[in-house]
Design a protein around this ligand. Structure first.
Ligand SMILES: Nc1ncnc2c1ncn2[C@@H]1O[C@H](COP(=O)(O)OP(=O)(O)OP(=O)(O)O)[C@@H](O)[C@H]1O
Ligand SMILES: [Mg+2]
Length: 331
């Protein structure tokens, strides 16, 4: 089967030295949702820009929908829809007018455009709002409109650059439902970027973690989690010294002190090990005041591969950047 997207050592160097994308190799299967996960500045948007032919690579190649992004860029453009990181809808137009304008840009006959737009509005629950000015839309409505603007010409592949940036948690998870609906009902291949772990975990069939323009690891979210060995058990004891006793339990694969009277341990499989650990606690009369068991999450996968916590990248700086981007587009 043809791949929806295939890149070969795709590279972008800005200003002669800044390697924004560094010999990137990914393949995206037809019909899948593929997630590029990485912190600010990882090279996600630059990758999308090259794949959507809005900026040429410095070196390397890529095929999108079977066409070369450099030699056949016009053919590529016909097959793809793009929802950029910055908002693009015209605030001084109504939702419907925005969609119609883009349809005209693609030379879609009016009757066909009307039909498609109706369907798309229905898919993202914007029928009621279609005749209102975009400036009055909430953040979530606005993102939903952006999403379907990328779909009016019936593309095979949809690029979503940070589809939920700047939305609150609830609105974000609603947006995930809409993205899934669209993938199922319209049968498009979707490639999305995000710096939210929960987002790629919830949406993507496969994920590449990227940082400094390089792919660090690729797999399904379960595969990535499985690469981390062990479940984490944390225990706190009432009596000092108890933590030394628990450390002697034979099957821990990793042990770390974790504050006063508290230890953090890893076991291969907590489901199998817990009954024995509890027996050990009781036999040794250890006074446990707190105990938590944690299966590996994508957060830890990220930490493991990038050496930093992705949440650090989501701090106020990022929020300011988001606001800045929004203002810039509104002007
Ligand atoms: N037009 C440009 N000129 C020069 N440098 C650029 C340009 N666009 C991006 N960069 C730099 O390239 C690197 C990758 O940027 P890019 O926007 O691709 O990252 P990103 O992963 O999309 O980040 P974010 O999460 O902030 O959207 C960054 O260091 C950025 O500053
Ligand atoms: Mg970006």
């Amino acid at each position: 089967m043809m791949k929806a997207i295939e890149t070969k050592d795709l590279t972008k160097i800005y200003g002669g030295h800044l390697k924004a994308v560094d010999a990137l190799n990914i393949d995206v299967e037809e019909g899948e949702i593929y997630g590029l996960l990485g912190p600010n500045g990882a090279g996600k948007t630059t990758t999308i820009k090259m794949l959507t032919t809005s900026t040429p690579p410095t070196s390397g190649t890529a095929k999108v929908a079977g066409y070369d992004i450099i030699r056949e860029s016009l053919k590529v453009r016909r097959e793809i829809g793009v929802v950029p990181q910055d908002l693009t809808a015209d605030e001084d137009l109504k939702g419907y007018e925005n969609l119609m304008m883009v349809s005209q840009f693609y030379d879609i006959p009016t009757a066909k455009a009307r039909e498609t737009i109706e369907r798309l509005l229905g898919l993202v629950d914007l029928k009621e709002a279609a005749d209102r000015y975009v400036r009055g839309y909430s953040g979530g409505m606005r993102k939903r409109l952006e999403l379907i603007i990328g779909l009016v010409h019936d593309p095979k592949i949809l690029f979503l650059d940070e589809p939920t940036l700047g939305l609150d948690v609830t609105t974000r998870s609603q947006m995930w439902d809409y993205v899934r609906q669209i993938q199922e009902k319209l049968n498009v291949t979707i490639i999305l970027t995000s710096h939210y772990l929960e987002e790629v975990d919830a949406l993507a069939d496969r994920i590449s973690i990227i940082d400094h323009g390089k792919v660090l690891v690729t797999g399904t979210s379960n595969e990535l989690k499985a690469k981390l060995k062990g479940d984490i058990i944390q225990m706190t004891f009432r009596t000092q010294g108890d933590e030394d006793t628990i450390k002697k339990y034979p099957n821990f694969i990793e042990i770390k002190d974790n504050g006063p009277n508290s230890v953090r341990m890893k076991v291969q499989n907590s489901d199998e090990e817990l009954p024995d650990i509890i027996k050990y606690i009781s036999e040794n009369k250890l006074a446990v005041t707190k105990m938590t068991v944690q299966k590996p999450s994508l957060d830890e996968v990220f930490l493991e591969y990038t050496g930093k916590d992705i949440r650090v990248e989501e701090s106020p700086g990022d929020f300011r950047k988001t606001m800045f981007n929004m203002r810039r587009v509104r002007k």
